[in-house]
Design a protein around this ligand. Structure first.
Ligand code: GDP
Ligand code: IMO
Ligand code: MG
Length: 421
């Protein structure tokens, strides 16, 4: 058994799905372990576009098994409509898609609560996806949650619904409404029930690929709290979110060539000018889930090093490098100025992060279109220098470079020894 994790190392949308898609070729199982349908994972394949929210991105390979672990929160209505959409695109789920009974269920009331929290004047506005993610995880921790396995025991489900409805002071008539809504879909979901930990921990001659959602800077503990999502997005989340009792063999950290963020919260290298606009347009930086324009800024090596450390990443997948073609100069933030001192330590406080002044290194850009390059050494000299600088600042090697959304637009770099020969 060999296990790999593909993890977002910024504020999400680092092109994790594209990297999962190229690495899934060698995997047998692709596993989501956290988050819910707040995720929007895009794969472009022969000009066809697929956007996954809950279904693991490996589903495009007909022979692979896709799993949803205990750490994921599932909106069952959204899951079924996503599956229907994928079926209409020719994708089948029979005997190769399974969900852990411990995964929490996102109820309509969670979506409602999420929406309310975002619009009232008391709570800090986070700019959530309004998919009910935060309220669902809160209920899970408070032990009021409904779990996927509960759906298949009618009596118990009713009891659990009474509990959660009373807790939120909703009218008890809601219990029957929810049950009536859930009843027609329960049989559709039944075939996918499976204890994922027993499956994952008994695999012998197969490869497992863990697909992260969101990114390190959105981690509930290590992210830019409170402007974060409500799950553990870092590699440590795999153990609790999939019930995987072993160490992951290979951790691939996905970094975009620049930084983006959707929603509120500090973003030291954010660009509010024409350069930021140019990145947004060339990178098509509009949310896959909500369609919101993404905030864009320079690569932040302070944040990147922090993310690499937290995930214990072994190698970097560097994505959307093609977006920088036609830039005169490219900047990298190499330190944060706080008062009179410069630090390379990522502040634990969002309030402090709001106030840091990035210290930039400036590098020359390149003009050439790089979207058809397949050999690392064929990249423009300045692009290679940009990558080398990023590697030096993070202290980890870039092994995959993505120069476009399609599978073929991926450069696999030779191992270090071969390259130096
Ligand atoms: P994820 O949430 O991390 O999977 O990323 P998203 O799918 O939300 O956003 C990444 C976007 O970039 C998608 O629209 C991809 O099709 C696109 N994409 C992926 N890799 C590349 C690349 O190397 N270059 C360009 N230009 N676009 C890419
Ligand atoms: P993928 O997997 C980018 C952001 C939201 C908001 C914060 C909390 O596609 O990278 P939530 O709905 O999770 O409670 O919102 O997290 N967010 C994402 N940003 N990509 C994502 O997923 C995100 N999922 C949540 O915009 O700032
Ligand atoms: Mg996304």
């Amino acid at each position: 058994m060999y296990s790999t994790a593909v993890l977002g190392c910024a504020w999400g949308d680092e092109a994790k799905a594209k990297i999962v898609d190229v690495l899934a070729k060698d995997a047998d199982y692709i596993v989501r372990f956290q988050g819910g349908n707040n995720a929007g994972h895009t794969i472009k394949l022969k000009d066809k576009k697929y956007v996954f929210h809950l279904v693991p991105s490996g589903i495009l390979y007909p022979e692979k098994t896709c799993l949803i672990g205990s750490g994921v929160v599932i909106d069952p209505f959204q899951l079924l409509s996503e599956m229907d959409e994928l079926r209409s695109q020719g994708i089948s789920f029979g005997n190769r898609f399974f969900i852990d009974p411990r995964a929490q269920i996102v109820l309509p009331l969670h979506r409602e609560l999420d929406g309310k929290a975002e619009t009232n004047s008391i709570q800090t506005k986070i700019g959530t996806t309004k998919r009910g993610i935060g309220p669902c995880y809160s209920d899970a921790i408070a032990r009021y949650g409904i779990r996927f396995g509960d759906l298949f025991d009618n009596e118990y489900l009713k009891k659990r619904l009474e509990n959660i409805i009373r807790f939120h002071n909703y009218p008890t008539s809601q219990i029957d409404t929810i049950l009536n809504d859930l009843n027609p879909i329960i049989n559709k979901l039944r075939p996918f029930l499976k204890q994922i930990p027993y499956l994952l921990n008994t695999i012998i001659d197969k490869n497992i690929l863990f697909e992260g959602a969101q990114g390190t800077l959105l981690d509930i503990t290590f992210g830019t709290y409170p402007f974060v999502t409500s799950s553990h997005t870092i590699s440590g989340g795999i153990a609790i979110g999939a019930g995987f009792g072993k160490n992951v063999d290979r951790v691939v950290g996905v970094f975009k060539s620049y930084y983006t963020r959707v929603g509120e919260g500090p973003f030291p290298t954010e660009l509010h000018d024409e350069v930021g606009n140019k990145i947004r347009i060339q990178g098509n930086e509009f949310g896959s889930t909500t369609g919101r324009p993404r905030r864009c800024g320079w690569f932040d090596a302070v944040a990147a090093k922090y993310a690499a450390m937290l995930n214990g990443i072994d190698e970097i997948a560097f994505t959307l490098l093609d977006v920088f073609s036609g830039f005169d100069t490219i900047k990298i933030c190499a330190g944060y100025k706080i008062g009179d001192t410069v630090t390379t330590e990522f502040p634990h406080s969002s309030k402090v992060l709001e106030q840091v002044i990035p210290e930039y290194i400036e590098l020359p850009g390149w003009d050439a279109d790089i979207t058809r390059i397949t050999e690392y050494d064929m990249l423009p000299k300045n692009a290679l220098e940009y990558i080398a600088k990023v590697e030096k600042l993070i202290g980890i090697r870039v092994t995959i470079v993505s120069v476009g959304p399609e599978r073929e637009q991926t450069i696999f770099r030779k191992p270090e020894i071969a390259e130096n020969k």
